[in-house]
Design a protein around this ligand. Sequence first.
Ligand code: NAP
Length: 307
Amino acid sequence: MPANVLDGAEVARQTRNELRARVEAFTASRKRPPGLGIVLVGHDPGSEVYVRNKLKSAGETGLRADLHRLPEDASLVEVVAAVRELNASGVHDGILVQSPLPAALGPEAEQVVFDEVDPAKDVDGFHPVNVGRLVQGRPFLVPCTPLGILELLDRTGTPIKGRHAVVIGRSDIVGKPVALLLLHRHATVTICHSRTVDLPKVAATADILVVAIGRAGFVTRDFVKPGATVIDVGMNRVDDREQARKLFPEGHPRLAAFDRRGSVLVGDVHPEVWEVAGALTPVPGGVGPLTIALLLSNTLKAAEARS
Ligand code: NAP
C-alpha cells in the first residue's frame, strides 16, 4: 500500500487562514499591519522566485512586506547598512536577508550580515541569540523550515514523543534546528551527515526520518523502515533526462512533465520510498509551502513581542 501523503500545501493553507485572523486583530489594535522587510542582493533566479512568493503570500495574509533591492555588485557595507535601516524601522517587525548572497561578497558575508539583524526582528532565526535560545529549550524565533516540519507532524497527528527520529543533514538552516525541535518534543534523535558510517542502516532505524541533504533521490527504499514517517526537505532541480529517468519510469507523468519543460523539481527521497514508508511529504507540495507560512507566523510573533 503506498504511503499516506503528508500534504504540506493543505497544512500551509490552514496555517495561513488562522494567521489572517490574528493579523487582522493586530492591525486593528495597533493601527498598522505587522511588517516584513526583505533584503535581496543581486538577481539569483531562485531567490527572485522565493522573494516573489514571500511578498505575495505576505500580502494575501494582510502583512506589510517591503523589498529592499541592492545591485549584484553591492558592497558588504551597503548590505549591512540596509539591515541597520530595517533594524531601526518602526514599521518593520521582521527582517529577512535572502540567501545566497553574491559569492563576490566573500565566504563570511552571510554570517556577518545575519549577525547584524536585530534578534527581536530575526524572523529566519539565524542570529546566535535565537540559536542559543533554541538550544536551551526556550525558543523565540526559530528557522522557518524546521518549524514548518513540526507544524506538519502535529497537524497530521504524527506522534513524536519517545519515537526515534533520524535527521540526515546538519545544516544550521534545517538539520540542526529540526533535530533540536524534535529533541525538545522528547524524540530520541540521531543526526547523520556525509561522514556517517553505514547511513542506510542507521536511517532504517527511524520512526521519523527527516532528509535535508540536497541530493536528488538519494534516499532509496533500503534507508526506510516499513511504515516510517518520512519528511523530504530536499528541493533539487533535475535537468538531465538520464537522471530523471532513474527517478521516474517511462510513461510516468513526472517524466512527461520533464519532457515538456526540460527539468523537474524533486526531493532528496527517491519516489520508490512511497512503496515502503507509512507517510511521506511530496516534492513539490510538502515542506516548501510551510516554510513561507511559518515565516509569516514568525513575523507576527515578532510584531506581537515588539509591541
Ligand atoms: P546544506 O547546507 O548543503 O547541508 C547539507 C547537509 O547534507 C550537510 O550537513 C551534509 O553533510 C549533508 N550531506 C550531503 N551529502 C550527504 C551524503 N551523501 N550523505 C549524508 N549526508 C550528506 O543544505 P540545506 O540548506 O540544509 O538544504 C538541504 C536541502 O533542503 C536542499 O535541497 C535545499 O534546497 C532544501 N531546502 C528546502 C527548504 C524548503 O523550504 N523546502 C528550505 C531549506 C532547504 P556535511 O555537513 O557532512 O557536509
